[in-house]
Design a protein. Structure first.
Ligand code: HEC
Ligand code: HEC
Length: 229
C-alpha cells in the first residue's frame, strides 16, 4: 500500500512531467507552424511592400482576398511568373503582354526589384492552398471538357471562372457558356470566334482585351467554349 504522502508525490511529479512534455510539444509545433507560414522579412521585402501600398496596386488587385476585383489576385502570382517575367512586366506591361489592360505604373528600377522580392515573399507564405489554383494547372473536373493550352497561356482564367477555378471577375463565369449565352451576346461558334478575335470591335468599352491569338488557338478555344454545357 502507498502512503498518502507517496500518492501526493506521484501526483505532483506526474503532473509536472506531463506539463513539461505538453509545453515542449506546444513550443515545437508553434515553431514548425511559424517556419512554414512566414518566411523572413528582408529590408527589400519590406520596401517592396511599401511600394505596393504607395502605388495602390490594391486598387485593382487582391492579395489574400483584400483589394480590387478588377485584376488578377497577386498572392501566388510568383508561382506562375518568374522573377525575370515580373521584372519586365512591371517595368512595361504592354511590352510583355501586348493589349494588356494593366496601365504602366511608371516604376523606377529599384522599386520594380523590391516589388518582385515582395511578391516572391508573399508567394512563400503558406496560405493552406488559398487562393484556388487557376484552371488548367490542376487538370479538369471529372467528366468536363479539358481547357486547351491557350486558355492558360493567354490568361483567360485571370478574368473568368470555369467549374470553380480561375478568377470570379471581371469576366462572366463561363462554366455553361456553350448552353447559356452571356448577357446579350451570342454563343454560336461563329460569334465566339469573332468575339475572341477582337472583343472591343463587337462591344466598345468592354473590359475584355483583344488578345493575340493564332488561328489554331482561336479554333481550340471556340471548341472548348461550345463544349462547356
Ligand atoms: C488600374 C488597375 C491596375 C493597377 C493600379 C495595377 N494593376 Fe496589375 N494588372 C491589372 C490588370 C487588369 C492585369 C491583367 C492584365 C493582363 O493579364 O493583361 C494586371 C496584371 C498584373 C500582373 C501580371 C499577372 C499575370 O500573371 O499575368 C502583375 C504581376 C501585376 N499586375 C502587378 C501589379 C503591381 C505590383 C501593381 C502596383 C505597382 C499593379 N499591378 C497595379 C490592373 C492593374
Ligand atoms: C481582362 C479580363 C479578361 C480576359 C483576360 C479575358 N476576358 Fe473574356 N470577358 C471579359 C469580360 C469583362 C467579359 C464580358 C463582356 C462585356 O460584357 O463587356 C468577357 C466575356 C467573355 C465571353 C462571353 C462572350 C459571349 O459571346 O458570350 C467569353 C466566351 C470569353 N470572355 C472568353 C474569354 C477567353 C477564352 C479568354 C482568353 C483567351 C478571355 N475571355 C480573356 C474579361 C476578360
Amino acid at each position: 500500500m502507498m502512503t498518502e504522502k507517496a500518492w501526493q508525490r506521484t501526483l505532483v511529479w506526474g503532473t509536472a512531467v506531463f506539463m513539461v512534455l505538453l509545453l515542449g510539444m506546444t513550443v515545437d509545433s508553434l515553431r514548425q507552424i511559424n517556419a512554414g507560414r512566414t518566411p523572413p522579412v528582408t529590408e527589400q521585402v519590406a520596401h517592396g511592400k511599401s511600394v505596393f501600398q504607395r502605388k495602390n496596386c490594391n486598387d485593382c488587385h487582391t492579395m489574400f482576398g483584400i483589394g480590387g476585383y478588377f485584376a488578377p489576385d497577386l498572392t501566388k502570382v510568383a508561382d506562375s511568373r518568374d522573377a525575370a517575367w515580373l521584372k519586365a512586366f512591371l517595368t512595361n506591361p504592354a511590352a510583355v503582354k501586348p493589349g494588356t489592360t494593366m496601365p504602366n505604373q511608371r516604376l523606377v528600377a529599384a522599386d520594380v526589384l523590391d516589388l518582385v522580392a515582395f511578391l516572391d515573399w508573399v508567394r512563400r507564405i503558406d496560405t493552406n492552398g488559398w487562393p484556388p489554383q487557376p484552371l488548367g494547372s490542376l487538370g479538369t473536373t471529372a467528366g468536363r471538357p479539358a481547357p486547351p493550352g491557350a486558355f492558360q497561356a493567354k490568361g483567360c482564367s485571370g478574368c473568368h471562372m470555369i467549374d470553380g477555378r480561375g478568377a470570379g471577375a471581371p469576366g462572366p463565369n463561363l462554366s455553361h457558356i456553350g448552353s447559356t449565352p452571356y448577357d446579350g451576346l451570342a454563343n454560336t461558334p461563329e460569334f465566339l470566334a469573332r468575339w475572341l478575335a477582337d472583343p472591343p470591335a463587337i462591344k466598345p468599352g468592354t473590359l475584355m482585351p483583344k488578345l493575340p491569338l493564332s488561328p489554331a488557338e482561336l479554333d481550340s478555344l471556340v471548341r472548348y467554349l461550345v463544349a462547356l454545357r
